[in-house]
Design a protein around this ligand. Structure first.
Ligand SMILES: [Zn+2]
Length: 140
């Protein structure tokens, strides 16, 4: 579970680990002018080789989005229409609406997608794309 740095105890007492490399973290609660943040615990520097840690800003955002979509009680969809590539006919993907559980259900990490949202017997597959994310699931 991802947590806000200010929601946990200061220092090693936070008992948090890095979501990317699993190295224990230190919560640094900073004063004005400095942003509070987590840092890898230097005591594990050699053991974990965290210099290779791949937790980037987009990866952190993806983890946060997945946590939110998996735990949210309501889901707001936009009006979203695609055009079928062969005929250019419009295909309605979603209609603008707000759903509450159990009108929808979420499964994370399914078939290469970050999340699959089940709505009224239909599946809405979500893939969070950003530069550097090379694996893109195939759509059948
Ligand atoms: Zn790390």
């Amino acid at each position: 579970m991802l947590v806000d740095v200010l929601s946990v105890a200061r220092g090693k007492a936070c008992e948090c680990i890095c979501p990317a490399c699993q190295t224990p973290l230190i919560a640094r609660h900073c004063k004005e002018g400095h942003e509070s943040h987590f840092a890898h615990d230097p005591a594990f520097k050699d053991e974990q080789q965290y210099k290779e840690c791949e937790l980037s800003y987009p990866v952190a955002l993806r983890l946060m989005l997945k946590q939110i979509i998996n735990t949210t009680s309501s889901l707001t969809l936009p009006d979203y229409t695609l055009r079928y590539y062969k005929t250019q006919e419009p295909i309605i993907v979603t209609k603008a609406q707000t759903l509450s559980r159990p009108q929808f259900d979420v499964e994370l990490e399914k078939k290469g997608f970050d999340a699959v949202v089940k709505i009224e017997g239909h599946s809405l597959a979500i893939f969070i794309k950003y530069e550097g994310r090379t694996h893109i699931p195939e759509i059948h």
